[in-house]
Design a protein around this ligand. Structure first.
Ligand code: ZN
Ligand code: ZN
Length: 243
């Protein structure tokens, strides 16, 4: 049994996007689970199920400051879960967002509103319908382009929504110092892909992707996965190993 204690949860949602609870609800849960850091990362602006509004970011920041004053023993960060929009590797963020947020995480989601209607339609349709080798490489290229263009901290739920070349993406993240997520709701890697992740030397991060506050800090799916594939705990950035 691999024993560890989770110290941070960098991927949680509130009702500013499709989460169900408030910043304070998430923080209270994080504190009760002994976390030292919590990140609020609502869905980006172009998410079809109700991403956060750009105009709400200052309001959310003010709320975080209010809650931070009440809970001084945990660090509360404001990030965003940006969407990969197209094959050019564009995300739904701009420089002013990068300046105003503490960090950026990003991934592929099933449907997003792109910058151009046609490009966005093809990108989404392929993500939904065409699971081809060629598409897999194109999606991986898009991830890599995004890693070049934006200062991101975490690639979230890789291989979810549409398949990518997991090994190639993990190697690119390792090179850039970007964390590779083991998501609390879905882990979509087969044994061969897990081996490629291990070989890449990439840093792993566990996150809950909680949409309800009670799930903040819950890494039970990852715990099982770590056991099953004997993942090296030293490569996980947000845990303390318990001897
Ligand atoms: Zn997501
Ligand atoms: Zn999420």
């Amino acid at each position: 049994m691999k024993n560890f204690k989770v110290t941070a949860d960098y991927h949680t949602h509130t009702f500013y996007s499709d989460g169900h609870d408030s910043v304070e609800d998430n923080v209270r849960e994080a504190v009760s689970k002994g976390l030292e850091v919590i990140g609020i990362t609502d869905h980006g602006f172009n998410h079809c199920m109700g991403g956060i509004k750009r105009s709400d970011i200052p309001k959310l920041r003010a709320e975080i400051e209010r809650v931070q004053a009440k809970y001084p023993n945990i660090k509360i960060l404001l990030g965003i879960e940006a969407n990969l929009l197209n094959y050019d590797g564009e995300l739904d963020i701009q420089q002013s967002d990068i300046d105003s947020l503490d960090y950026i995480i990003f991934g592929v989601h099933k449907f997003t509103f792109g910058k151009k209607v046609r490009g966005s339609f093809l990108f989404n349709a392929r993500n939904l319908l065409w699971d081809t080798v060629k598409h897999k490489q194109k999606i991986t290229d898009s991830y890599l382009k995004a890693l070049e263009k934006y200062p991101v901290k975490i690639v979230v739920h890789p291989n979810y929504a549409t398949a990518c070349d997991v090994g190639r993406l993990a190697r690119a993240c390792a090179e850039k110092g970007v964390w590779f997520e083991l998501n609390g709701k879905r882990i979509d890697f087969n044994a061969e892909e897990v081996e490629a992740i291990k070989q890449s030397g990439v840093d792993l991060v566990l996150s809950s992707d909680a949409h309800h506050s009670q799930n903040v800090g819950d890494m039970s799916l990852q715990q099982e996965f770590i056991e099953k594939y004997d993942l090296p705990l030293e490569k996980i950035v947000n845990i303390k190993i318990v001897k």
